[in-house]
Design a protein around this ligand. Structure first.
Ligand code: HEM
Length: 430
């Protein structure tokens, strides 16, 4: 039997390897795993895969309550096409080949590999034609009065996710042309035949991982992140009833039907006061709502599993009432009031934490039918109108705004699988 300590140090090692990346990290990582690393389950014919690239919910495991649990290890690659022109037929063929090979290499699951590729408005600007009117893909912009993010303009973004660090690394190495096979599947092309890699972001989400990586700027030195926490801030997120469904975020018709739009932001976390000045009850009040704190809905030491599949926002007051009565409002409480349709959020969250740049970071990956849905959701988080109450300031007593700082924003279109290789704006071939 593997001891808990051995298992823990193995997991820490894999996480560190994902962050470092590259062939040496991969071989160091697989060398350390029993039998050279787990062989992941093999993939399948690309034609048998779901039409929606983002159809991950059915492929991910669920927790005891039935909430979809995100994969534990993630990599985002930001990609540029060299030059100003439209992609060539050769570029398109290379990208198509490599993504098909990735489908064949790994099972569509958290034990295998889940991935999406999305294209920015700057990519589509390369063409004379416009995107169809029902695709909302504006250039990124600042979404609050108190942020000044880098507005990102790569051509594309690739998101890789798996429960196994070595799987993400091996897939990335094959995509970058640094190895010719992954999981026994040979690759007929590399993504880098067409693209240059502009930036690489890595991360993790799930019980134990944030605690193991809390030796980072933005988290106090006394290791306040609990072993049970799936995210640095200590609570579970992504309850079933507080996520949009994949149907809701689908583009419903036209050339990009079964596609969706994606917002990728990078938030720096500064958790000194979150942990230094607040106790558990205060943190529940600011993350969920003051009523949850008062009623002990999340017992001390808990991360939110006591809530089941629903963050229980019906039991919170209206945010303005919380402001009057308690002098503060919770993050989830604000989110669940506006930016909803038919009692559902407008977005699916697939965010994960990171130690990129040596700083506690959140890569917030969100899916929605239109980028406007994300903007509306972020407006709810800003809670500007709540500052009419003098107890609530723009960033103080206003959910988690005091601890989260937006550094970068980018917008992308995830086309349906059939158009995932360098699509034209009309979806037609060239
Ligand atoms: C460190 C940053 C963040 C953390 C730790 C966090 C955590 C949470 C938690 C614990 C919940 C309640 C439980 C649940 O997921 O259902 C929640 C709800 C939610 N959050 Fe966040 N969140 C963060 C940032 C954001 C951002 C940047 C957005 C988007 C602008 C966002 C959008 C939402 C939405 C839409 C909900 C569900 C609201 C509903 O029920 O309608 N969150 N978040």
């Amino acid at each position: 039997m593997v001891s808990k300590d051995t298992e823990r140090s193995r997991r820490e090692f894999v996480k560190a390897a994902v962050a470092i990346g590259g062939a040496s990290a991969l071989s160091a990582c697989t060398d350390r795993l029993p039998g050279g690393g787990p062989d992941a389950p093999s993939g399948s014919d690309p034609a048998s895969r779901p039409a929606r690239q983002y159809a991950w919910d059915g492929a991910l495991p669920t927790d005891d309550a039935g909430n979809v649990r995100n994969a534990r290890h993630h990599v985002l690659l930001l990609l540029d096409l060299p030059g100003d022109g439209t992609p060539s037929a050769g570029d398109r063929e290379a990208v198509g080949t490599v993504l098909d090979d990735l489908d064949r290499a790994y099972e569509w699951s958290a034990d295998g590999l889940l991935f999406t590729v999305g294209y920015s408005p700057f990519y589509f600007d390369r063409f004379d034609a416009d995107l169809p009117g029902n695709v909302d893909l504006p250039e990124p912009e600042a979404l609050s009065s108190f942020e000044d993010p880098v507005l990102e303009d790569p051509d594309a973004v690739l998101h890789l996710a798996s429960d196994h660090g070595p799987v993400v690394l091996a897939a990335e190495e094959a995509l970058r042309g640094n190895r010719e096979e992954a999981n026994g599947q040979s690759f007929g092309a590399a993504l880098t035949d067409a693209f240059e890699v502009r930036d690489r972001r890595t991360g993790f989400v799930g019980t134990g991982l944030p605690a193991q990586h809390q030796d980072v700027e933005g988290v106090p030195d006394d290791e306040p992140v609990s072993e049970d926490a799936p995210l640095y801030m200590g609570f579970k997120s992504g309850f079933k009833k507080n996520q949009a469904t994949e149907d809701r975020v689908a583009i419903s018709q036209g050339a990009f039907a079964d596609g969706t739009t994606q917002h990728v932001s990078k938030l720096r976390l500064r958790l000194e006061d979150w942990y230094g000045e607040q106790d558990h009850e205060n943190r529940v009040a600011e993350m969920f709502c003051p009523a949850h704190a008062e009623e002990g809905k999340i017992p001390e030491g808990g991360t939110g599993e006591s809530l089941g599949t629903d963050s229980g926002m019906d039991d919170c007051q209206d945010p303005s009432e919380s402001a009057r009565e308690h002098g503060r409002v919770g993050h989830s409480q604000k989110m669940a009031t506006d930016a909803r349709e038919d009692d559902s959020p407008l977005i699916i969250r697939r965010d994960f934490d990171s130690t990129d740049d040596g700083q506690a970071t959140l890569h917030f990956v969100a899916l929605h039918e239109a980028i406007a849905d994300f903007a509306e959701t972020r407006k709810a988080m800003n809670g500007e109108e709540l500052t009419e109450n003098p107890a609530i300031r723009q960033r103080v007593n206003n959910g988690i705004l005091e601890y989260t700082f937006v550094r970068r924003r980018g917008n992308y279109l995830l086309p349906p699988r059939s158009l995932r290789a360098l699509p034209t704006p009309t979806g037609a071939g060239e």
